[in-house]
Write a new protein. Structure first.
Ligand code: DAH
Length: 357
């Protein structure tokens, strides 16, 4: 019996895995196991012998069962330890530095423009992208029959059949925020309004959604001279050049009178744009003195107040400043493009710290 005990206890101690343990269990305690056979022999023994052997065999059986169970637990613990070692992860390691997100050129340029005008005392104002027909057109002196409505390739919102009211539109420009700012804040007023605008148009320089920033300054004696100075300061700061020549070209917008489109002197020598030198002119924005009817629509008395307004395409000046050839790529979310043209997240544009880092 001692031999049996030594044999199984040492085999159990050495078993490498659960299936080896099971084989040992069958060998010792299975139906035809060595110990089971011995127990069967008890029946043939005389009572005296049986009284001695019975308890010893039972004790041996218990001992081996206990050894099997203990070894099984030890194997499971070892397997778990091994897994924990293999799957260990150092959560204190620094995050990967490559492949970080970047700031989109549209966001960057919006921040740059905002920083420049904030420095001149303009506050940021916003309005809804789904705009009332009235704010987008009528209030800006664009009545129902006006050709500007057709020219703008407007997206109209769905309207229940039988509803006689004009449908809302996806705003075709940021100019309606002029009206909303006047309604909300009154005069005097100095705001810029950056945001998304929509027109049904698509080619290398047009996308159905794009971005504008609107400027509006209203006071007692604001003139074209103030407009010219502001825009010159803006263009110099934005393109980061010391001197720049602007050309005010007479134009027409329903919401301004007089109206001017503004060009900047530039050169395209060698295929790259240089602002402030050369013999070319580049149109960058529309502007003018706010039309009295527009002031009235914004509940501001045109007898007492006057102002200037302008509208710039953010995507357009981003393309010019950063040499980006195709507008459509702005909105394709191509990671390679974003990494190439994007900006570092922490380089927030400021006038004192540098606009474009
Ligand atoms: N709203 C015009 C457009 O989208 C741009 C514009 C022109 C805005 C002249 C103005 C302005 O405020 O005075 O084409």
């Amino acid at each position: 019996m001692d031999d049996l005990r030594d044999k199984y206890l040492s085999a159990i101690a050495e078993a490498a895995d659960e299936s080896a343990l099971e084989t040992l269990r069958v060998q010792a305690l299975g139906k035809k196991g060595e110990i089971s056979l011995k127990m069967r022999e008890l029946g043939k023994m005389d009572p005296e012998e049986r009284k001695q052997m019975g308890p010893r065999l039972n004790a041996l059986k218990d001992e081996i069962n206990a050894a099997l169970a203990a070894k099984k637990q030890a194997l499971a613990d070892a397997a778990l330890d091994e897994r924990l070692r293999a799957e260990w992860l150092d959560v204190t390691l620094p995050a990967r530095v490559r492949r970080r997100g970047t700031i989109h050129p549209v966001s960057q340029v919006t921040e740059e423009v905002t920083a420049i005008f904030a420095d001149m005392g303009f506050a940021v104002a916003e309005g809804p992208q789904v705009e009332s027909d009235w704010h987008n057109f009528d209030a800006l002196n664009i009545p129902g029959h006006h050709p500007a409505r057709a020219e703008m390739d407007t997206f109209y919102m769905h309207r229940e059949s039988g509803d006689a009211r004009p449908p809302h539109v996806l705003r075709t420009h940021t100019s309606p925020v002029q009206i909303r700012s006047m309604e909300l804040r009154g005069a005097p007023l100095r705001v810029i309004c950056p945001g998304r605008v929509y027109r049904a148009d698509y080619d290398q320089t047009h996308t159905p959604m794009f971005h504008q920033v609107e400027g509006l300054a209203i006071d007692r004696d604001i003139s074209m001279a103030n407009l010219k100075w502001c825009l010159e300061e803006f263009v110099k700061a934005f393109f980061e050049v010391d001197d720049v020549e602007l050309r005010f070209r007479a134009s027409h917008f329903p919401f301004t009178e007089p109206s001017a489109e503004v060009d900047i002197r530039c050169s395209w020598e060698g295929g790259t744009l240089k602002v402030g030198e050369g013999d070319d002119w580049l149109e960058i924005l529309g502007s003018g003195m706010v039309h009295p009817r527009v002031l009235e629509a914004g509940e501001i008395n045109p007898e007492r107040w006057q102002g200037f307004a302008f509208g710039v395409g953010i995507d357009r000046i981003a393309m010019l400043k950063y040499g980006i050839p195709d507008l459509r790529a702005f909105f394709e979310s191509d990671l390679r493009w974003l990494r190439h043209y994007g900006f570092a997240a922490l380089d927030v544009p400021t006038l004192h710290g540098g606009l474009s880092g």
